[in-house]
Write a protein that binds this ligand. Structure first.
Ligand SMILES: [Fe+2]
Ligand SMILES: [Fe+2]
Length: 193
C-alpha cells in the first residue's frame, strides 16, 4: 500500500533493539523535522489555503509525537541528545532539479514529504511487529497508523495541485531513487538510514 520498492531488512530491528536510546533520539528529531516541514510549507505556499489548514493540524500532531518520544526518553532516565544529520533525507531531496514554477516546487516538496512519511510508516510497522518490548511495540503501532495518514495526505495534495499524470510519473521515479538510497543505507540505528 505504501508503494516502496525495497522493504526494510527485518534484521534492522535487531540493530535498533541494541540501541534504543539512539533510535529514540533520532526519532524525536524526525517528529520535530516533520513539524518544521509543515511550518515551512505554510510560509512558502500561503495561498494554498487547504494545504495551510492541513499543515496547521499537522504541526500540532507532529509536535505531540515529538512529546510522546521525548517522554519515553525521560521515562528511561535519559536526556534528549543532539540532532545528527540525516543522510537519508539529504540524499533523497537531491532528486528533483531545483527551480521550476511554484507549483512544480510545491509538488516536489509534497512528494518528498510523502515518501519520508511512507518510509517512516513502514519502519514503525516493522518495529510494532518485531520488537520484543511489547510496550514499545504498541507505541510504534499507534504512530504507524498516523504516519500512514500523512503519507496519503501529502501524495493526494501533490496529485491535486500538480498534473496528475506527471505527478504519478515523478512519484514512481522518486520511489526508485529512494530504493537505491535504502540499499546503501538501511542498516543503521536511525529511523531512515
Ligand atoms: Fe509523526
Ligand atoms: Fe508524519
Amino acid at each position: 500500500m505504501l508503494g516502496l520498492k525495497l522493504p526494510t531488512d527485518p534484521r534492522w530491528v535487531n540493530i535498533v533493539e541494541k540501541n534504543i536510546e539512539d533510535i529514540l533520539t533520532d526519532h524525536a528529531y524526525c517528529e520535530q523535522k516533520a513539524a518544521s516541514t509543515a511550518i515551512s510549507l505554510i510560509v512558502s505556499f500561503p495561498e494554498y489555503t487547504e494545504l495551510v489548514q492541513e499543515m496547521i493540524d499537522l504541526v500540532e500532531e507532529e509536535m505531540s509525537h515529538f512529546k510522546m518520544v521525548h517522554d519515553r526518553i525521560l521515562e528511561n532516565g535519559w536526556t534528549l541528545g543532539r540532532d545528527r544529520k540525516d543522510d537519508y533525507v539529504i540524499a533523497l531531496i537531491k532528486f528533483f532539479p531545483k527551480g521550476g514554477s511554484r507549483t512544480t516546487q510545491l509538488v516536489h516538496r509534497l512528494l518528498y514529504a510523502a515518501l519520508i512519511e511512507a518510509r517512516s510508516c513502514e519502519r514503525f510497522r516493522l518495529l510494532s511487529e518485531e520488537l520484543e518490548d511489547q510496550k514499545l511495540a504498541k507505541f510504534y503501532r499507534k504512530l504507524m497508523i498516523s504516519e500512514a495518514g500523512h503519507y496519503t495526505m501529502f501524495l493526494n495534495f501533490a496529485r491535486k495541485y500538480g498534473d496528475r499524470k506527471e505527478v504519478d510519473e515523478k512519484w514512481e521515479a522518486l520511489l526508485n531513487h529512494e530504493a537505491g538510497i535504502m540499499k546503501d543505507l538501511g542498516n543503521r540505528e536511525t529511523i531512515h538510514g
